[in-house]
Design a protein around this ligand. Structure first.
Ligand code: HXC
Length: 257
């Protein structure tokens, strides 16, 4: 594992997975996501583990999918890379996943946090779906899960403007389970996981399944729709311009083509 570290017993029956690509603010490249999938699948199959915490570092949970890795890709490249297979596998984890979020949780980083079952945020956390600023849209569930979590009016604003929200606002909007001081974030997430880990693992599994069932079928259609639109944008000049502008640290000039 190059980009994550795994501690299968951070507390009794609680595993901790840490994203570890700090120089790039934990940008989620394909290798990191494959490592994360492998780790989650192994922990899901490990009978000693009953709950899993995913965390980043103080500066960033994750600043999104790796823009540098995506910048030159076209629609067919994206389709064939099938990167969402790893996301689907993570989503299928039967054990509770808790995100401990400090710093940036943006784009795919926000989507990864929302793929988890609960989010413990530190006061420094910032959430957002800024893909629109680089000429694309959320692709790993942002348009679907954010809308369900905070409602259309707010989700639409965040997805169309890319505005970041603070932990306090995320708390008010119902995106996160609780907000704690930054130095307590990880321990609070681990304690919450430990509390869940004391319960019957079978009841926990079926409860998670049942809560998710509230929108599961609709979510599948929505994720599929979002993914197609995300792929389609890689046929546009604006995606090339938006991502090139990010890498070159300048303002993009969008033409609508
Ligand atoms: C690749 C990234 C990155 C990213 C940051 N970096 N985010 N590299 N992909 N998503 C890199 C920067 O290029 C820089 O590298 C280093 O990390 C530090 O970032 P800075 O920008 O210098 O830090 P700062 O000024 O503090 O700004 C932090 C930031 C900004 C506001 C988070 O980095 C930013 O806006 N990042 C992009 C956020 C974003 O648009 N995310 C959505 C991506 S698309 P160098 O080499 O210059 O030091 C997406 C689609 C998901 O997520 C759907 C599919 C899964």
């Amino acid at each position: 594992m190059e980009f994550i570290t795994v501690n299968p017993q951070a507390k009794p029956a609680v595993a901790l997975v840490s994203l570890n690509r700090p120089k790039e603010l934990n940008a989620l490249n394909l290798q990191l996501m494959s490592e994360l999938r492998d780790a989650i699948q192994a922990l899901d199959a490990n009978p000693e583990v009953r709950a899993i915490v995913i965390t980043g570092n103080e500066k960033a949970f994750a600043a999104g999918a790796d823009i540098k890795q995506m910048a030159g890709k076209n629609t067919i490249d994206m389709l064939l890379a099938d990167q969402f297979a790893t996301w689907e596998a993570i989503r299928r984890c039967k054990k509770p996943l808790i995100a401990a979020v400090s710093g940036f949780a943006l784009g795919g980083g926000c989507e990864l946090a929302m793929t988890c079952d609960m989010i413990v945020a530190s006061e420094t956390a910032q959430f957002g779906q800024p893909e629109i600023k680089i000429g694309v849209i959320p692709g790993a569930g942002g348009t679907q899960r954010l809308t369900r979590a905070i409602g259309k009016a707010k989700a639409m604003e965040l997805v169309l403007t890319g505005r970041f929200i603070s932990a306090a606002e995320a708390d008010r909007l119902g995106l996160v389970t609780r907000v704690v001081p930054v130095e307590l974030c990880l321990s609070e997430a681990l304690s919450l996981a430990a509390k869940v880990a004391e319960m019957s693992p079978l009841a926990v599994r079926l409860a998670k399944e049942a809560v998710n069932q509230t929108y599961e079928n609709h979510l599948n259609d929505g994720l599929h729709f979002e993914r197609k639109n995300f792929y389609m944008l890689f046929a546009s000049d604006d995606q090339k311009e938006g991502m090139a502008a990010f890498i070159e640290k300048r303002k993009p000039q969008f033409t609508g083509r």
